[in-house]
Design a protein around this ligand. Structure first.
Ligand code: GDP
Ligand code: MG
Length: 328
């Protein structure tokens, strides 16, 4: 696994692809490659695009690639789909759709569908971003499906978070109140050809306004709401995605000008350290308990009420953490 990181540093695309595949398969010693490249990370602008399945995120991403390429900016895309842990098949459409950029050396598109270990997807996303970062991509777009906690995690990885809404998904405004409001740097009302787009736009504007009244303008950035034209009208679609591109860059500039970038970088790094500790401390312990059969025995004992999970955890902590050589 050594060398792989070095090859990525040298701009080797095949090594980068292989490393990302290893992340996806959660091959444990990928961390060596990440160690090798970490020093060179932190240069790209990371853009998160989140929203319900079918909201048009991939279609939008594809057009956003084109919009950035017009300005000669290089783009990396990580399409994350934790909902297809076995096949990754749901992403096939994405791959085909973004095929028009396949021959462009300034574009690097990869998908991630990890096999569902706890915290695994977030860790793989963070590492995938590092890989694209050291490949020198100016912009890295991370597409995530907004279900459950997933959408909130994107804020640990992205500088700019775009929340995509579409008309005709009734609960969405409800869901927004429950937390999306805080993570969105930009709202996109997508599929403008659909009935209700105007209404959704107004509702979202109202919501932004209300939270402004309630919390005040958060350090000067007023979350914009952009109505993106229908993909069925390619010319208008391209134009409104260029407006989106400029807003995204305006947000990044805003973070830089107001010294907020370091705050986001701290949050990103804190999440990464936590995940790394999880990976190197907790994961091996759990794995050992699993393979030795002790986990099974512990479950049995708990069910028989001979003990409880908390006493067991304390026991495990004693054994693994407090009895290392030199610590007692
Ligand atoms: N009517 C309409 N359909 C769209 C628009 N944008 C995307 N779609 C379609 O919506 C479906 C889901 O799009 P996709 O980009 O895969 O959504 P994702 O799951 O959020 O990535 C596809 O069939 C797209 O062709 C739009 O502006 N109008
Ligand atoms: Mg998609």
């Amino acid at each position: 696994m050594k060398e792989l990181g070095k090859r990525v540093l040298a701009g080797d695309i095949r090594a980068a692809s292989r490393l990302i595949r290893n992340l996806e398969d959660q091959i444990t010693d990928t961390y060596i490659a990440i160690q090798e490249i970490f020093k060179e990370t932190g240069k790209s602008h990371v853009i998160g695009i989140t929203g319900a399945p079918g909201a048009g995120k991939s279609t939008l991403t594809d057009e956003l690639i084109a919009a950035y390429r017009k300005q000669d900016k290089t783009v990396g895309v990580l399409a994350v789909d934790p909902t297809s842990p076995f096949t990754g098949g749901a992403l096939l459409g994405d791959r085909i759709r973004m095929l028009r950029h396949a021959e462009d050396p300034g574009v690097f598109v990869r998908s991630l569908a990890t096999r569902g270990a706890m915290g695994g997807i977030s860790k793989a996303v963070g590492e995938g971003i590092h890989v694209m970062d050291v490949l020198g991509k100016d912009k890295i777009i991370v597409e995530t499906v907004g279900v459950g906690q997933q959408e909130v995690e994107i804020i640990n990885h992205a500088h700019t978070v775009i929340v995509v809404l579409v008309p005709g998904m009734g609960d969405e405004i409800q869901a927004l109140k429950a937390g999306l409001m805080e993570i969105a740097d930009i709202f996109v009302i997508n599929k403008a050809d659909r009935e209700g787009a105007g209404k959704l736009y107004k509702e979202t504007m109202n919501m932004v306004q209300m939270s402004r009244d309630k919390y005040g303008v958060s350090k000067g950035w007023v979350t914009p709401v952009l109505l993106v034209e229908s993909v069925l009208e390619p010319h208008k679609f391209a134009e409104s995605v260029e407006v989106l591109r400029d807003k995204i860059d305006e947000h990044y500039q805003f973070l830089i000008d107001n010294n907020l970038i370091s705050e986001r970088m701290r949050r990103k790094t804190a999440a990464e350290i936590t995940e790394a500790i999880w990976g190197s401390v907790l994961a091996p312990v759990l794995e050992q308990l699993e393979t030795s059969g002790e986990m099974k025995r512990m479950i049995d004992r708990c069910l028989l009420k001979e003990t409880d999970p908390y006493s067991l955890a304390e026991e495990i902590a004693q054994r693994f953490m407090k009895q290392r050589p030199g610590t007692s």
